[in-house]
Design a protein around this ligand. Structure first.
Ligand code: NAP
Ligand code: ZN
Ligand code: ZN
Length: 352
C-alpha cells in the first residue's frame, strides 16, 4: 500500500506532528483524491484531545476536504481524473438500513463510518480511518461530492462539515421567509448558519459572547446581534423565536435560550462539548410545549444539495488559510474563539 504524508496526534496530550499512513489501492468503486485544502473543525480538536473519550491513536483528523481526483476505479461513473471533489464527515455506511435507504447515512443503524477515527472495514477492522490532514484520501464514489466550479475551493472546504451541520437542521425545521431564527455562537458553524439562514430568507438574530464580533455578524447576514451575557437584552427576547440553532462548543445555561422560544418552538443543539450542559428547567419546556433537539451533520444527498445551494447563492466560508506547520497554534486560537471564522490548511505546505 502506498505511504501517504499526514499530521497525526499520537496521544491526547501530544501535539499534531508529521506522520506516515497507508491509503488503500483504489477498489473499482473508489476515487483517489489529492487533498488541496482541509478545514479545521472544533470536532477535530475534541477528538485529538480525546474529549469524547473514544479516540484511537494515531489520530489524523480532518473532515472538510477539497481536492483533485487523480485516479478512479474501473466502475466509477461520476468522477474522472482532474475533477474537483470533496469529502465530508462520512466515508461509508451499511447502505441497507432504513436510514441509509432514506439518504440519512449519518444516522445509519450499523453506525456510519466517519472519515477519521472509525474502524476501517477495508483492513478488516485492523486499522481505523484517517482524515484530511494528509496529502491523499481514497473514498468510495458514493461518499464523494462535487464542488460547484464558481466557488473558491479553499473557502468551500468548510461547507463539508460546518455548512452541512447547519444547513440540515435549518431545512429540517423548515426555516424560511417569515421565520425568526436565533443562531448561538459565531465560530465556524455559527458563521455558516448565519449565511445560510439569511439566504433562506429568515429574520436572523446572532447571539455572541464576543463584543468584537458584532460588526462581522451584521456583514455575514445577521439582522440583529445580541450579546448573550447582557441579561436585560436577553430577557427582552422572551417567547419571540421560532427556531434557535445552538453551535456553542462549551457547556452553558440553556434556559436563557429556551425561554426565547415561542409556543412549539425548537432549540436544536449542534455543539458537542466535552462536558454536559446544566440540565434545563422543565417548566421552560412544558409551559409553551417547547422542544430541545439535536442534529448530526447531514446525509450525502443533502450535503450535495447544500453544496449546490451554496453554488447558486455564492456562499462560502470566511477563512484564514494556514500552513499545516501552524495547526497546533490554530487549535489554541480556536479555544480562545480567535478565528474569523474557519481555519483551512493549505495542503501544499505538507510537501515542505
Ligand atoms: P468554534 O469555531 O470554536 O465556534 C464555537 C463558538 O462557540 C465560539 O466561536 C464562541 O462564539 C462560542 N463559545 C465558545 N466557548 C463558549 C462559552 N464558554 N460560552 C459561550 N459561547 C462559547 O467551533 P465549531 O467548529 O463551530 O464547532 C462548534 C461545536 O459544534 C463543537 O463542539 C463541535 O464539535 C460541534 N460540531 C458538531 C457537529 C454535529 O454534527 N452536531 C458537527 C460539527 C461540529 P462567540 O465568540 O460568538 O460567543
Ligand atoms: Zn466537523
Ligand atoms: Zn445503514
Amino acid at each position: 500500500m502506498p505511504a501517504s504524508r499526514a499530521y497525526a496526534a499520537q496521544s491526547a496530550t501530544s501535539p499534531l506532528a508529521p506522520h506516515t499512513i497507508n491509503r488503500r489501492e483504489p477498489t473499482p468503486t473508489d476515487v483517489d483524491i489529492e487533498i488541496l485544502y482541509c478545514g479545521i473543525c472544533h470536532s477535530d480538536l475534541h477528538q485529538v484531545r480525546n474529549e469524547w473519550k473514544n479516540t484511537v491513536y494515531p489520530c489524523v483528523p480532518g473532515h472538510e476536504i477539497v481536492g483533485r481526483v487523480t485516479r478512479v476505479g474501473s466502475a466509477v461513473k461520476n468522477f474522472k481524473p482532474g475533477d474537483l471533489a470533496a469529502v465530508g464527515c462520512l466515508v461509508d455506511s451499511c447502505r441497507e438500513c432504513p436510514e441509509c435507504r432514506e439518504g440519512l447515512e449519518q444516522y445509519c443503524q450499523a453506525g456510519p463510518v466517519f472519515t477519521y477515527n472509525a474502524p476501517d472495514k477495508h483492513t478488516g477492522g485492523k486499522d481505523h480511518t484517517y482524515g484530511g490532514y494528509s496529502d491523499r484520501i481514497v473514498v468510495d464514489e458514493k461518499f464523494t461530492l462535487r464542488v460547484p466550479e464558481n466557488l473558491d475551493p479553499a473557502a468551500a472546504a468548510p461547507l463539508l462539515c460546518a455548512g452541512i451541520t447547519t444547513y440540515s437542521p435549518l431545512r429540517h425545521w423548515k426555516v424560511g421567509k417569515g421565520s425568526r431564527v436565533g443562531i448561538v455562537g459565531l465560530g465556524g458553524l455559527g458563521h455558516m448558519a448565519l449565511k445560510l439562514s439569511h439566504a433562506m430568507g429568515a429574520h436572523t438574530v446572532l447571539f455572541t459572547t464576543s463584543p468584537g464580533k458584532i460588526e462581522d455578524a451584521k456583514r455575514l447576514g445577521a439582522d440583529e446581534v445580541i450579546l448573550s451575557r447582557d441579561e436585560g437584552a436577553m430577557a427582552a427576547q422572551a417567547a419571540s423565536f421560532d427556531f434557535i440553532l445552538n453551535t456553542v462548543a462549551a457547556p452553558h445555561n440553556l434556559d436563557v435560550f429556551l425561554n426565547m422560544l415561542k409556543r412549539d418552538g425548537t432549540m436544536c443543539l449542534v455543539g458537542a462539548p466535552e462536558h454536559p450542559h446544566p440540565s434545563p428547567n422543565v417548566f421552560n419546556l412544558l409551559m409553551r410545549r417547547r422542544s430541545l433537539a439535536g442534529s448530526l451533520i447531514g446525509g450525502l444527498r443533502e450535503t450535495q444539495e447544500m453544496l449546490d445551494f451554496c453554488g447558486e447563492h455564492n456562499i462560502v466560508s470566511d477563512i484564514e488559510l494556514i500552513p499545516i506547520q501552524k495547526v497546533n497554534e490554530a487549535y489554541e486560537r480556536l479555544l480562545r474563539s480567535d478565528v474569523k471564522y474557519r481555519f483551512v490548511i493549505d495542503m501544499a505546505s505538507l510537501k515542505e
